[in-house]
Design a protein. Structure first.
Length: 249
């Protein structure tokens, strides 16, 4: 990604759209004056991309994910389906600069729920396979998939491995559920990317990135794969069914 970012600098582009924390980090390191519109930023302030959400400063603006509240709610949904869950795996990429914040949030949530979290790391598609083998070996009863560009790229692999290992999974985006995962809870990622166009438009019309506030999601969706639930022998509680935005049959 650093090589790609350097190539864009050489092309003298007017604005860069960077998707995912690692891409944003590479773009920011390579470009100090080129406007950068970010999408899928897990923690733009904590990651050092912007000074604040209201007044970013510098040459970076765009859209942030809101994961502080999402991951604890994902855990709640797993517990609603599996009230006897004792150990949950967290599939995360430690190369992601927001990883420390994510793990701290998960640790706080599991302590409150009285269960154990098993952090499992993967930086490559090959390591994802190794991670699932470790989950099965260490007795994880379910899995939370962290938001990461690698995992989104490999969502079909992750859904297939979860099914193979009979691990109920919850992920941040509906595309995982469409690929066979049990549940997703998070923002509409398609709409998230559409919103970046408004930032690009404003910048091309003369707005300074540092003056454009960071946009956070306000709407979240719950999607459940009923076919996967049946295959895993799970009964989805009625309150969760009523809360769902979509049930995939």
């Amino acid at each position: 990604m650093q090589a790609l970012a350097a190539e864009l600098v050489g092309l003298k582009v007017d604005v860069v759209l960077a998707a995912g924390t690692q891409a944003i980090s590479a773009a920011r390191q390579a470009m100090t004056t080129v406007p950068i519109v970010m999408a899928g930023a897990n923690d733009p302030v904590g990651s050092g991309f912007v000074r604040s959400l209201a007044r970013p400063g510098g040459n970076v603006t765009g859209l942030s994910l809101l994961l502080d509240n999402v991951t604890p709610r994902q855990l709640e949904m797993l517990l609603a389906v599996m009230p006897r869950l004792a150990r949950v795996a967290l599939l995360a990429n430690p190369a992601n600069v927001s990883y420390a914040t994510l793990e701290a949030n998960v640790q706080t949530a599991v302590r409150r729920a009285g269960i154990e979290v098993l952090p499992v790391h993967a930086r490559t598609p090959e390591e994802i396979g190794v991670a699932f083998a470790g989950m099965a070996r260490d007795g994880a009863g379910a899995i939370i998939v962290a938001s990461d560009a690698l995992f989104t790229q490999q969502l079909r692999q992750i859904a297939a491995l979860a099914e193979k290992n009979r691990l109920p999974s919850i992920a941040p985006f509906r595309q995982y559920v469409e690929a066979g995962a049990l549940m997703s809870y998070g923002q509409d990622f398609t709409e998230h990317f559409r919103r970046t166009a408004a930032y690009v438009d404003k910048i091309l019309k003369g707005a300074k990135p540092g003056d454009l506030p960071i946009e956070q999601p306000t709407k979240f969706e719950l999607v459940i794969n009923m076919k996967t639930a049946k295959a895993l022998g799970l009964s989805i509680p009625q309150p969760l069914l009523l809360r769902a935005d979509e049930l995939i049959q």
